[in-house]
Design a protein around this ligand. Structure first.
Ligand code: DC
Length: 221
C-alpha cells in the first residue's frame, strides 16, 4: 500500500500534537512534532545563555545544537528534554526563536529528511506550505481562543505546572501574532489544505476525521 505524507498545521493550542500523534499511531506511521524541535532550540539558547538577538552568536552556537526526535521524545545533544521544553519560559521565547531564518533552515532540512520515506504525520506551522508542499494530505486546525487556552491550561496542570488562564491566553495570542506575521514561513493555511475547526470536537472526533481523509487518499492511490 502506498504511504503518504500528512501535514497538520494550525494555531497554538488547537490540539495538533495530540491529534497528529494518534493519527500516526492508527495508520502505523511515524509522528514528528516539529514544534518540539523549535522548542528544543529555544531551550538550548536559554540554558546556554545565548543572546539569540545576535545573529553571529546564533550561527556559531547552532553548530553545537543537535536535535533528535524518535516519534515520542525530543533530545538535545542526546539528552531527553521532554519536560524542559514545556515550561512557560520556553513558551514565551519560542516564537521569536522560530522567526530566525538560520534556525528554520537547519530544522526544515532535518524535517524533510525525516519525511523522505513517507509514512509520516508532521505537525507545525509551515508543514503544508514549506516543509512538504507536496504532502498528499494537508490539514489546517483552528479553534476559539478560550477553548485553546483552557486546553493548554489542562495540559500544563497534567505536567504539574499551574498557570493563570489569562496569562496563557495572552501567550497564545502573542505567539499567533508573531507566528503569522514573521517574514520567514509565516503561519498560514496552504491553498490545498482542509480546515478543521476543533472548538466543538473531542480529540477522538478530530482523529477520526483525519484518519478518514487519509484512508480515502491511501486507498485511492
Ligand atoms: O506546536 P508548538 O506550540 O509546540 O510550537 C511552538 C512554536 O514553534 C510555535 O509558537 C511556532 C514554532 N513553530 C514553527 O515556527 N514552525 C513549526 N513548523 C512548528 C512550530
Amino acid at each position: 500500500m502506498n504511504k503518504i505524507v500528512i501535514a497538520i498545521d494550525g494555531y497554538s493550542g488547537t490540539g495538533k500534537s495530540s491529534t497528529a500523534k494518534q493519527v500516526a499511531s492508527r495508520l502505523g506511521y511515524t509522528y514528528i512534532d516539529s514544534g518540539a524541535m523549535y522548542r528544543a532550540v529555544t531551550y538550548f539558547f536559554l540554558s546556554n545563555e545565548i543572546d539569540f538577538t545576535k545573529i553571529t552568536e546564533v550561527v556559531k552556537s547552532l553548530e553545537d545544537c543537535h536535535i533528535g526526535f524518535n516519534g515520542t521524545s525530543i533530545f538535545l545533544n542526546g539528552k531527553n528534554i521532554d519536560h524542559e521544553i514545556r515550561t512557560m519560559e520556553v513558551n514565551q521565547n519560542v516564537s521569536p526563536v522560530s522567526a530566525i531564518s538560520e534556525v528554520r533552515t537547519k530544522l526544515v532540512e532535518q524535517q524533510r529528511k525525516m519525511g523522505e520515506e513517507k509514512g509520516v504525520v508532521m505537525d507545525g506551522r509551515d508543514i503544508g506550505t514549506v516543509v512538504f508542499p507536496n504532502a498528499e494530505l494537508k490539514v489546517f486546525m483552528t479553534a476559539e481562543i478560550d477553548v485553546r487556552a483552557e486546553r493548554r491550561r489542562k495540559e500544563l496542570i497534567k505536567k504539574g505546572m499551574d498557570e493563570d488562564l489569562e496569562i496563557i491566553k495572552e501567550n497564545l495570542k502573542a505567539r499567533d501574532h508573531i507566528d503569522s506575521n514573521r517574514e520567514d514561513s509565516p503561519l498560514k493555511m496552504a491553498e490545498d489544505a482542509k480546515e478543521i475547526d476543533t472548538s466543538q470536537l473531542t480529540l477522538n472526533q478530530q482523529i477520526d476525521k483525519i484518519v478518514e481523509m487519509a484512508e480515502e487518499i491511501i486507498y485511492a492511490s
